[in-house]
Write a protein that binds this ligand. Structure first.
Ligand SMILES: Cc1cc2nc3c(=O)[nH]c(=O)nc-3n(C[C@H](O)[C@H](O)[C@H](O)COP(=O)(O)O)c2cc1C
Length: 178
């Protein structure tokens, strides 16, 4: 399995989560881990699977580096490209726009043809009013809240990575050994 990870992070929380995800799945499997600041369209063409992470800023807006890149993705064909998402947010201070950035990215990548069925995540254990990242009662990817639930981040990442392994048909530990 050849996975690429791309994240956008303003104060380092999403970067830290990206590194934990890479560590959990194994660097020999997650072959690259790039800040979106340094990425262009070509980063999306490589790899069997992409893991993409973004935080939410302003009120319900995409992290600024993603916001800058998204218009340049116009015309990119992601037909069939498998992408799993994760998003960082703050459910206490932004309960009406919790991890909206992940939902905005979902819509954009979906419109470009990506296959986004991997890595959806339950909303249990979070307290918020609304989120663009919730579809059919589940988050479209892993939701993390380092502001209010930092103690849950490591276990959420571990469980989410375990779920990804199962969805990819790889038993626990196989990715690490691949
Ligand atoms: C000015 C400001 C606006 C924010 N807006 C939102 C928001 O609308 N929704 C949300 O879920 N989190 C919001 N957050 C929380 C950030 O997404 C959160 O702190 C995240 O961990 C930052 O990750 P990063 O350092 O990787 O960018 C906001 C934080 C700040 C400081």
């Amino acid at each position: 399995m050849d996975i690429g990870l791309i994240y956008g992070s303003s104060t380092g929380c999403t970067r830290a989560a990206a590194r934990q995800i890479r560590e959990e799945l194994g660097p020999e499997c997650v072959r690259s881990c790039h800040d979106v600041r340094a990425c262009g369209q070509s980063a999306f063409a490589a790899r069997d699977l992409l893991i993409i992470g973004a935080s939410t800023w302003s009120v319900g807006e995409l992290q600024q580096d993603w916001d800058r890149l998204v218009p340049h993705l116009e015309g990119l064909n992601l037909e069939g490209k498998r992408i799993a998402l994760f998003g960082l947010g703050d459910q206490r201070n932004y309960p009406k726009t919790f991890v909206d950035g992940m939902g905005l990215l979902y819509d954009k990548l979906d419109a470009l043809g990506a296959c986004l069925d991997l890595g959806t995540w339950p909303t249990d254990g979070y307290s918020f009013q609304s989120s663009l990242a919730v579809r059919d009662g589940r988050f479209v990817g892993l939701a993390l809240d380092d502001e209010n639930q930092s103690k849950l981040t490591a276990s959420r990442i571990r469980h989410w990575c375990g779920q990804l392994r199962r969805q990819l048909g790889l038993p626990e530990g196989v990715i690490r050994a691949a």
